[in-house]
Design a protein around this ligand. Structure first.
Ligand code: PSU
Ligand code: MN
Length: 301
């Protein structure tokens, strides 16, 4: 069922470092034409660190692990390309649909292909007003059931961050700050919330991954929360102001379900003169670089 590209297959078989990359950020999280450049650039970052990138998406009903340039172009530019969470995968496969994969779908496909390390921007999580809308990203539940290491800049700051941290605790998903004892805030270096564990090197992360396998128990993920450097973060005051407007606009527009996250991210880009995009990209780039180093430490076992 899975189409694993030759390059990725060879790297997995030879136990060389591989980093899975998601495609929703390309198709639905970033504006065109910047999105394609970013998709290519992130793959370059992985290669510069000596690892193999495995961007994941579903094309014409086939889940792909590792895309060539033409396939990445389809993800970035095809009108009507769907956003696929893990629950959508069988529907897309059976109907021959094409779609970009979210963190949940990407993590699942990566794990099925034998890729252990995955980089993204910010995870989905518990939305504000959750008690009314019941909107909690499927990312969280899937990571509670999948053995993968996700490098992210925390969860998207459009969310209810403390509620999301609580859900991760409840579901038993391991969380560590990378070089920090605070949970990062996606566009911001610090969400203001503490984390219980800090890891300081790729080798330490790989040690935890090995310990996960040694200890056993439920096959859950490890979240490595890597802050965007302070000098590249979005101005916290601008962030607070525009986010409040964005949440209001989203409600006014009646956007729900899968549309909420892309609406909010796009609103922030529009109303910060692109500053949120710059911070988002800095965060993703840093995560991809760190993920490649972790994959190398993991492969070097
Ligand atoms: N990180 C980014 N931009 C994004 C996303 C992550 O920097 O667009 C995507 C991821 O694919 C994540 C999804 O899984 O947003 C969450 O969507 P939802 O809240 O609908 O579950
Ligand atoms: Mn949602």
């Amino acid at each position: 069922m899975l189409v694993v590209s030759e390059e990725v297959r060879e790297a997995i078989d030879a136990r060389r470092p591989v980093v899975a990359l998601e495609s929703t950020i390309i198709a639905h999280g970033l504006p065109r034409p910047r999105n394609l450049q970013v998709g290519l650039e992130l793959e370059d970052v992985v290669r510069q660190e000596g690892a193999v990138p495995a961007t994941i998406a579903v094309l014409d009903g086939r889940p792909h692990v590792g895309l060539d340039k033409q396939q990445l172009e389809r993800v970035a530019n095809e009108d009507g390309i769907r956003k696929l969470g893990h629950r959508d995968l069988p529907l897309a496969v059976a109907s021959g649909a094409s779609g970009a994969t979210t963190v949940s779908a990407t993590a699942l496909l990566a794990a099925l292909a034998g890729v252990r390390v995955f980089a993204t921007g910010g995870l989905g999580g518990v939305h504000r007003e959750w008690t009314v809308t019941q909107d909690e990203s499927a990312d969280i539940g899937l990571l509670a059931r999948t053995r993968i290491t996700v490098v992210c800049a925390g969860v998207k700051s459009i969310l209810d961050v403390p509620a999301t941290l609580q859900r991760l605790e409840t579901l038993g998903v391991a969380v560590a700050g990378y070089g920090t004892d605070h949970f990062p805030g996606f566009y911001l270096s610090d969400s203001g919330h503490p984390v219980d564990w800090t890891l300081d090197s790729p080798g330490q992360v790989a040690d935890v991954m090995r310990a996960q396998d040694a200890v056993g128990g439920p096959e859950s993920a490890l979240i490595v929360a890597n802050p965007v450097p302070e000098e590249e973060q979005l101005d916290p005051e601008l962030h607070a102001r525009v986010l409040a407007d964005a949440l209001y606009a989203c409600e006014e527009a009646g956007v729900t379900g899968q549309g909420v996250t892309p609406f909010l991210l796009n609103y922030l880009v529009q109303h910060t003169d692109g500053a949120s995009l710059t911070a988002n990209l800095a965060a993703v780039r840093g995560n991809v670089r760190l993920a490649a180093r972790i994959a190398a430490a993991w492969a070097g076992a």
